[in-house]
Design a protein around this ligand. Structure first.
Ligand code: PLP
Length: 399
């Protein structure tokens, strides 16, 4: 009898039994995939990027990062940090000089001592840690829909439940709708202003309504403020819920403000008990944000004004809105670098996006950010020429 005398198929796996009575499961690679990973769907954005790969020199309105490079002074600071030997692990919570500086800035802005800061692996890292530190299986988080895709998936990954509450058609904060969605399991209210994908900025009155609601129902607010420098209808600073409500975890970072998306530097402040748990979890996950880039952030980026970028993108916002509002139902965004028009009558967001792509304009269907398929997202972080050409084509596609 040979070594693998008996080979049976057992629930999709090949079960081999040797003549020494050893049982070996021969699994296919798919068999190793956890239910957790299977519960997360990447298909929406992937489809668009697959299509993009086939396009020749598209007008690319899909990119969620600035069209400028890291400022020269910040590059030099990073290179200097590498040359000076700042290439090792930092403290889990980040280098002291950056934390102290950010603590001062955030305390001044929020009008109280914000306590210990945590330097995160950009805002994505902060989001994961905040959700891991607070959400138990079955706990619910309210998301304002349309929402930044990561929130929903992170909730799924930790066994929580994302509860989207629509903000259509005006993308404002509708406290009444949100209150109706609150259950005894609701733990988090996730806010994102300026918003991806709509560009909406919460007014002070809306922030007050949100914090009143959170206080009334004992919710923790996670406030994703990554687009905070990109405010077009005021010169800022952003009115953060962290100003009014201490049970707020504020997340910010350098990815968008200084085009450091590949460098992974962000920061979090909030209730001490939560920040210390996030720090503990960082120890076993990200370990630390990359050392040289933390130095570049404190030695250069933090002192560079972002006013020029704000002016440039304000102008781009005006151009895109002026062009598209002639043909599309669209809200004027107050910040970030996105606009979220409604697809023309009789078409879903996906159908219109397919048409746009056939015409060499790459945009993202709204159902990537929403349970609905009625809109599409444009990122106008591109040149004025591309904006003019792209908008002209999109308007031509409206029947
Ligand atoms: N939050 C929002 C709303 C975003 O749009 C993005 C990136 O697109 C992130 C967080 C993640 O940013 P980071 O690169 O800092 O992880």
């Amino acid at each position: 009898m040979g070594r693998f005398a008996v080979v049976r198929i057992c629930r999709g796996r090949r079960l081999a039994t040797s003549n020494r009575q050893l049982a070996i499961f021969m699994r296919s690679p798919e068999d190793y995939i956890s239910k957790r990973a299977q519960g997360v769907d990447a298909s929406g954005i992937r489809k668009v990027f697959d299509l993009a790969a086939k396009m020749k020199d598209p007008i690319n309105f899909s990119i969620g990062q600035p069209d400028y490079d890291v400022p020269e002074a910040v590059k030099i600071a990073a290179i200097d940090a590498i040359r000076a030997g700042n290439n090792r692990y930092t403290q889990t919570q980040g280098i002291a000089s950056l934390r102290e500086r950010l603590r001062k800035e955030m305390s001044r802005e929020l009008g109280r001592d914000v306590g210990e800061m945590l330097i995160t692996s950009a805002v994505s890292g902060g989001l994961l840690l905040a959700i891991m530190a607070t959400v138990d299986p079955g706990d619910e988080a309210i998301l304002i829909e349309p929402y930044f895709v990561m929130y929903k998936h992170l909730m799924t990954l930790v066994g929580g439940k994302a509860v989207p509450v629509e903000s259509y058609p005006d993308f404002r904060f509708h406290a009444d709708r949100i209150e109706k969605a609150i259950t005894p399991r609701t733990k988090l209210l996730i806010l994102n202003s300026p918003n991806n994908p709509t560009g909406a900025v919460m007014s002070e009155a809306e922030v007050r309504a949100a914090t009143d609601l959170a206080r009334k129902h004992n919710l923790l607010i996670i406030s994703d403020e990554i687009y905070e420098p990109f405010l077009y209808d005021s010169n800022g600073p952003l009115f953060s819920p962290g100003k009014l409500y201490e049970n707020t975890v504020v997340l910010r970072g350098f990815s968008k403000s200084h085009a450091m998306t590949g460098w992974r530097v962000g920061y979090a402040c909030g209730p001490e008990a939560i920040i210390s748990q996030m720090t503990k979890l960082q120890q076993y996950t990200f370990v630390c944000s990359p050392a040289p880039f933390q130095y570049a952030a404190v030695n250069a980026a933090i002192d560079l004004p972002t006013t020029q970028a704000r002016e440039d993108y304000r102008r781009k916002r005006d151009r895109v809105y002026d062009a598209l509002s002639k043909k599309f139902e669209v809200e004027k965004p107050g910040g970030a670098f996105y606009i979220f028009p409604k697809a023309p009558k009789g078409m879903t967001g996906t159908q219109f996006v397919a048409k746009a792509i056939e015409n060499n304009v790459l945009v993202i269907p709204g159902n990537v950010f929403s349970e609905r398929d009625t809109h599409f997202r444009i990122s106008y972080a591109t040149t004025d020429d591309k904006i003019a050409q792209g908008c002209e084509i999109l308007c031509r596609l409206v029947p």
